[in-house]
Ligand binder design. Structure first.
Ligand code: ZN
Length: 322
């Protein structure tokens, strides 16, 4: 996607949101009047009071009386809505973003792009590279697929018990994130232990809290870096740099392009850490492998005890077992 098509998609999305807002207002009004016809009468009173207010200003009428009656009418409607189990402001204008009223800009002069706009822009830039999740949750995470019959050599627990600990640790970290301290998470272990599944649990847990996050594969990162270098299209790359929460699956599976992969990976991790953004990386590589493949400076950024949470998985491939 070029920057221009992203901008067009952003405008189209705001247009769609505004239409949806108006439709929702109409739906609410219909339902409210259906449940309580008196609301229709009060809405008519409101409209005549608006006309009266204009007249009062033009002809020096009793504007104090008109505004008192307006407030009374609004209160009556609110009480009726409440009696029917709705919030008191249920018939007020609907916006998904109250700050910009779904225009994408705030107008407390000068015109400034709203915070929701950059989020939307990033999300659209990434829509071509994001991975769809399938509703995976920590609660639904099944540890009974892991063997419970022998302890893992070197650890004093069975694989099932270990996976339970891992799940609880990641769930607790996610619930507290983004928090001070450990902004980078390294989830490492051999393949077949469910790392991708855990990443999706994290992504869905953030999504449930309304925190946008980007889940991608290391391969897509390198593709975005190549587009930046060869096509001078850096929309995707900038989106990865700027995402508040970025989850990278399967670091180490991407191709190592000379002067691209390692340089970009370092820029990505360094920029995100300096900005305090949250990055979660899953990899089959050990810490020694990371050093050998990506250089010491990248490996140490991913494994520094002060800023990174390292979660190691061990045990046997459950896919082979089934
Ligand atoms: Zn907004």
């Amino acid at each position: 996607m070029t920057d221009k098509t992203i901008l067009a998609a952003v405008e189209a999305e705001y247009e769609r949101r505004r239409t949806a807002d108006r439709e929702e207002e109409t739906r609410r009004l219909r339902k409210a009047v259906d449940e309580c016809p008196e609301i229709a009468e009060l809405r008519a009173v409101q409209q005549s009071l608006v006309r009266a207010a204009v007249q009062a200003v033009l002809h020096e009428g009793d504007s104090a009386r008109v505004s008192r009656e307006m407030a009374e009418t609004r209160d009556k409607i609110a009480a009726l809505l409440e009696a029917n189990g709705h919030p008191r402001d249920w018939l007020e204008p609907v916006y998904q973003c109250a700050v910009c009223r779904d225009t994408g800009f705030t107008w407390d002069p000068p015109r400034v792009p709203c915070a929701c706009r950059s989020l939307l822009q990033r999300r659209i830039a990434l829509s071509t590279v994001g991975i769809q999740t399938d509703g995976e949750t920590f609660v639904g995470y099944r540890t009974d697929i892991f063997p419970d019959d022998q302890v893992i050599p070197g650890l004093n627990v069975t694989q099932r018990a270990e996976m339970r600990l891992v799940r609880d640790r990641l769930a607790a970290w996610t619930a507290a994130a983004p928090a001070e301290g450990q902004h980078t998470v390294l989830l490492q272990g051999p393949s077949g232990l469910g790392k991708t599944y855990l990443l999706r649990c994290i992504a869905n847990a953030f999504a449930e809290r309304g925190i946008p996050c980007v889940l991608t594969r290391a391969y897509a990162l390198v593709e975005a870096a190549r587009k930046r270098v060869f096509s001078e299209n850096d929309a995707e790359w900038e989106a990865f740099l700027g995402a508040d929460i970025l989850l990278i699956d399967d670091l180490g599976s991407e191709p190592l392009f000379q002067n691209i992969t390692i340089e970009h990976l370092y820029e990505l991790i360094e920029t995100r850490q300096l900005a305090g953004r949250t990055t979660v990386v899953s990899t089959n590589l050990s810490q020694d492998d990371l050093r050998a493949r990506y250089t010491e400076r990248i490996a140490s950024r991913l494994t520094a005890r002060s800023s990174c949470l390292i979660v190691s998985l061990s045990g046997e491939d459950v896919r082979r077992r089934r």
